[in-house]
Structures are given as C-alpha cells and as structure tokens.
Ligand binder design. Sequence first.
Ligand code: GZL
Length: 312
Amino acid sequence: SATILAACMFGSASAAELVVGFSQIGSESGWRAAETTVTKEEAKKRGVDLKFADAQQKQENQIKAIRSFIAQGVNAIFLAPVVETGWDAVLKEAKESEIPVILLDRTIKAPEDLYLTAVTSDQVHEGKVAGDWLAKTVGDKPCNIVELQGTTGSSPAIARKKGFEEAIAGKANFKIVRSQTGDFTRTKGKEVMESFLKAENGGKDICALYAHNDDMAVGGIQAIKEAGLKPGKDILVVSIDAVPDIFKAMAAGEANATVELTPNMAGPAFDVLDAYLKDKKAPAKWIQTESKLYTPSDDPMKVYESKKNLGY
Ligand code: GZL
C-alpha cells in the first residue's frame, strides 16, 4: 500500500532506531560473558539495533568486524579492544566514514581523535587495591607471590601489574617470584599455576597468588588443591572481577579477596553516544566506572546469589 511504500522509501520507523556495531573480544571469562549480556540488554532497553561480533580474542577478527560495520553504515561502533596497539588504520577508516567509536572496558594506544571516549574502570587502581589488601593481610612476614597476568599487551594486564607493584613497592618482604600470562581464562590459569607450583618446591614456597581476573584465580585454586595444598590458607588468593564463582570459593575458604568490576560499560557508553549525536559535543575522553574490594567478611554467598543470574 502507499503507507508501506512510503515507509520503505523514507524508512519512517527505522530512522529513529540507532544501529550500533559491537566488536566484542570473545567469551574468555565470566566477566566478559556478563558484559555481552548486559550490553545486549542495554541496547534492547534503548531500542538500539545492536550488531554483535565475537572475535574469539583475535585482533584481526575485531578489525574485520569494524570494517564490516563501516560497510554496513552503522551509526556508531563499540569496541572492547583485546590489545592496546594496532588500531590506528581501521579507526582512521571509521573516522573517515564519520562513525564515532567508543571503547569499552579496555583502552588503546592511539591518537585520541580516533575514538570518542573510553568507558573503563581504573585498572591501575584495581591492581593497587589488590596489592594493598595483601600487604595489610601479610604484614612484614616474608611473602613470595606468583602472578597470573591477563592477556599480553592488553590494557588491564599492563595496568593491573603496575598497580599491584606500586602497592608492594619498598616492602622488602614481598617478592613476585613468578609472573606469566594466563590469558584471562580458567584453563590457562590452571595450567600456568601448575607450572608455578612445580617450580616453587611444590608450592610450599608460595605465600600468595595474584591473578588479574577471577577466572584465572579459579583455575589456580584447582591447581593448588590438586597439589595437595589449601588455597586461601597455605596460599592466599587475590584477584579482580567479582564474578559469582569467586564468591563461592570465598565461602568455601578457598579465596580471600576480589576487586569488583562492573560488566555494565555499555549503559554509560549509550548515554554518551545519545548526547553526542544530539549536540555533537565531544564527551570526556574517559568515563570511569567504580571498583570495590570484597573479602569473606562481606557475606560471599549473599553476593553470589545477587550476581548469579546476571549473565556471567
Ligand atoms: C577488564 C576486562 C578484563 C576482565 C577479564 O576491564 O577487560 O577482560 O577483567 C576479561 O575477565 O577477560
């Protein structure tokens, strides 16, 4: 009919609907899965047509996805960048197509005019909170630490290492004796922790495990138990993300502290995008989300119950 023809010609309803391409890193951790769930929910709530692409933690897949979003002529691109570098060329293409890019949960090393803003937590602070907790808990006893780093070259891995080292700087009794990437996954975290245990007298010389995310900590806890030691007691366990399973481990006395990272980076990102599309005023370069320390005194099973249905 004439109405439908007019709608098709002038795209009446769809004109109001924003189309946003989201290049997601993958599903390497519970936190990442929750971020995907929350982002899709936020888009639905706002009537945004979200084009979703999972890169299986490969940068080349993210670059391909961004090029595809540009070809589709999306209104904006959300990018959770797996690593800090290698984005200039593809972000220049987005800029040439006048498609604003917003970074979610990780940052990049690139000219700031190549992205509108970054919505992330303060990852140096997260590492510092973890290190301060350990320093306070251990006091001046000798403490050999093993560290499971996040994905090599990613902003959280670089920042969380820096923050933790700041916290123990100048304290001669603390020493990071082993440090290696577990790529933010449980499997790799367990594998690397097994090698740490073997290398450190079966784990008897290890005082604490610092993992850049809870998933690697959960893998490490498994390895510590299989080595016949008590995680949370023989080896203290501190990590970041505050996913449900770390609270289960805490309730079982197998984990000691985690630093909360909200999976909702998309809410603030959509708000910034709306404002920008209305008045074309550039927002702040960094929208910072909050972090919070949790320990077993925070009723871990209650926290677990409150988080377990949030898409982790
Ligand atoms: C941090 C985020 C990290 C999470 C991990 O903002 O990029 O990536 O801490 C995830 O669980 O893999």
